[in-house]
Design a binder for this molecule. Sequence first.
Ligand SMILES: [Zn+2]
Length: 232
Amino acid sequence: MKCWNCQNALEEVLVCERCGVPQTVGFMSPFEVLGIPPNLSWEEEKLRRTYERMALRCHPDLFRAHNDDRVLQAARSAMRGLNDAYRTLSDPVSRLRYVLAASGQTQEIPRAVPEGLQAKAQIIGRVLEAIEQARSEGDAEAWEAQQDHLASLQVQAEKARDRSHATLLALMLEWDQAVSQNDGGWPEMPPGWNERAMSWLGERRYLDVLEARMAAGRQWPAEAPAGEVSGG
Ligand SMILES: [Zn+2]
């Protein structure tokens, strides 16, 4: 790629190293935009510093007074591209989702019950339904009666999340090793990695929804439940 302003062959994609003019961001991966290898494990702090360093060079405010309008346009494009890339990569789960999509895994991720919760899925469902019904009917006694169950199920869910975190770290490590074996290039993963990563995302979705329902179930609704609201 060449700089649109001075025709210099670009090494960085966002700002020309020779003339300092920002570049329009076309179709490229968020890793390319940030100028980093496609690794899955990144320290948050390191990514943030990379983002900030680049933002300091292509921020549109720097080019508002420029006499060529195209420079400001390009700065806006570069900044948008940089923000999008950072948003995608700053969270490990969204990084994993991006890597799978870019590897051609585009089907919808099914929610899956994590190992360790499978035997309890039915009980969890029953307890949550009883609580949700008690809340909607304003039945404080029925709600109270389920709270001990719920508290112990929350502990199980937390354990499942810890195990799920360890699985994520293992998936990231395998991917990063393949990246470094490929000299920092996009890796070819052994069969099975994509499937395991997809089912990890499915389990994470299940846990996210479950924990939100559990947290809500611990609260007694502050407002009067629907059934008791007098007409008005
Ligand atoms: Zn240039």
